[in-house]
Design a protein around this ligand. Structure first.
Ligand SMILES: *Cc1c(COP(=O)(O)O)cnc(C)c1O
Length: 407
């Protein structure tokens, strides 16, 4: 069967060039980078080269890069580290309603530990307002964390303007750039951020490895773990050498990709969005129409459950997603779509298509061949359909009237 992978925001395959490099550090170059002998020196050197490559992708200095176990740890490390060390200065921290759970749940945990947490709303495009941010800041605010680009709806936030506002008030600024890295230019000086999260498996590297950028001079409590002196006392534990080497290589390749690939992906994305909106009725785009990731398309199909669409697509060999990988599997609609004011019953019908290096125009054509009949069949079966056009404009009143929505 034809297989089309349309879920690059959930994870990406490891590029062959990356796997090849990684392989050497599993077998031949296996030394512990802390060891002083030949084997240790060999991996230490490779580790520092990888650090330079990661730093180069985001315009940082190598010593500002701390390797760890991935995006989740980076978000935890950044937020926890800044909030805790600056507690004597203030206990107010700010984030947005559309963050990844690695950020949102860290804020919630800190909320239970005596911090005052502000969660900023977003508009219908998933955009945080600069005015809302400015109004939320108090003299007790020590940290703002806003993601660069949304994994769920692809919206790109005005990080540069927000970070400038934070700097003016001496507040540390963290951004989760896991989805934007390698897809649009990400430069820490241009953005003006103090901390930035990176994950390997979203940029054609392996899972379980990532990095946190921390600007020199940032007041930040170091390692979350108690242990050895690795990463200059900032992250204890023997380094994941094969993973780090792979992350370095993936970043190096990502620099090259930033030339033509985003334009190619944006072409495919625009073709997909236009085809879906032109050919499938009662469908809307979610996220910002223009300020969005070049590989990201997301929709709500009315009168259908996202999960039924996913399963039908999967039977045709197409791998897509409904909301984030963390929320699919549960029947709650995505917190991101709800925060954007999308009604429950519509949020249930969400589909996310995220393109990558392996996708071509033929994949879009294949999707447009199989998707309309799937939608037609599911709508014919759907009890939501009986609500007809009324549902389109309604909010949760219609949702409550429909028996199939709240399960
Ligand atoms: C995937 C992802 C994470 C989590 O990264 P892991 O490496 O999977 O822990 C965090 N934030 C965003 C925006 C992501 O897309």
């Amino acid at each position: 069967m034809r297989r089309v992978y349309f879920d690059h925001s959930a994870t990406t395959p490891v590029r062959p060039e990356v796997a090849e490099e990684m392989q050497k550090f599993l077998t031949d170059n296996f030394g512990n980078p802390t060891s002083l002998h030949y084997f240790g020196r060999q991996t230490r050197k490779a580790l520092e080269e990888a650090r330079e490559k990661v730093a180069a992708l985001i315009g940082a200095k190598p010593e500002e890069i701390i390797f760890n176990s991935g995006g989740t740890e980076s978000d935890n490390m950044a937020i926890h580290g800044v909030a805790m060390l600056n507690k004597n200065r203030g206990n107010h921290i700010i984030t947005s309603a559309i963050e990844h759970h690695a950020v949102l749940n860290t804020f919630k945990a800190l909320g239970k530990q005596g911090f005052t947490v502000t969660i900023l709303p977003v508009d219908k495009y998933g955009m945080v307002s600069l005015d809302d941010l400015a109004n939320a800041i108090t003299d007790k605010t020590t940290l703002i964390s806003i993601m660069h680009a949304s994994n769920e709806v692809g919206t790109i936030q005005p990080i540069k303007e927000m970070a400038a506002l934070a700097k003016e008030k001496n507040i540390f600024f963290h951004t989760d750039a896991i989805q934007s890295m390698g897809k649009i230019p990400v430069n820490v000086d241009d953005l003006g951020v103090d901390l930035l999260s990176i994950s390997g498996h979203k940029i054609y590297g392996p899972k379980g490895v990532g990095a946190l950028y921390v600007r020199k001079g940032t007041r930040w409590r170091q390692s979350l773990f108690h242990g050895g002196a690795q990463e200059r006392l900032r992250r204890a534990g023997t380094e994941n050498v094969p993973g780090i080497i792979a992350l370095g290589r993936a970043c190096e390749l990502a620099v090259e990709e930033l030339g033509a690939e985003p334009t190619r992906l944006a072409g495919l994305r625009d073709k997909l969005i236009k085809s879906v909106l032109d050919n499938i009725a009662y469908t809307r785009l979610t996220g910002h129409p223009t300020k969005r990731l070049p590989n990201h398309a997301s929709f709500c199909f009315e009168f259908i459950e996202g999960e039924s669409m996913l399963l039908s697509l999967d039977m045709k060999g197409i791998a897509a997603s409904s909301g984030s990988a963390c929320t699919s599997g549960s029947l709650e609609p995505s917190h991101v779509l709800l925060a954007m004011g999308i009604p429950h019953e519509l949020a249930h019908g969400s589909i996310r298509i995220t393109l990558g290096r392996d996708n071509s125009e033929e994949d879009i054509d294949y999707f447009m061949e199989v998707m309309p009949p799937i939608v037609e069949r599911l709508r014919a079966m759907s009890p939501l359909d009986q609500e007809n056009e009324f549902v389109m404009e309604s909010s949760c009143a219609a949702c409550k009237a429909s028996t199939s929505c709240h399960r």
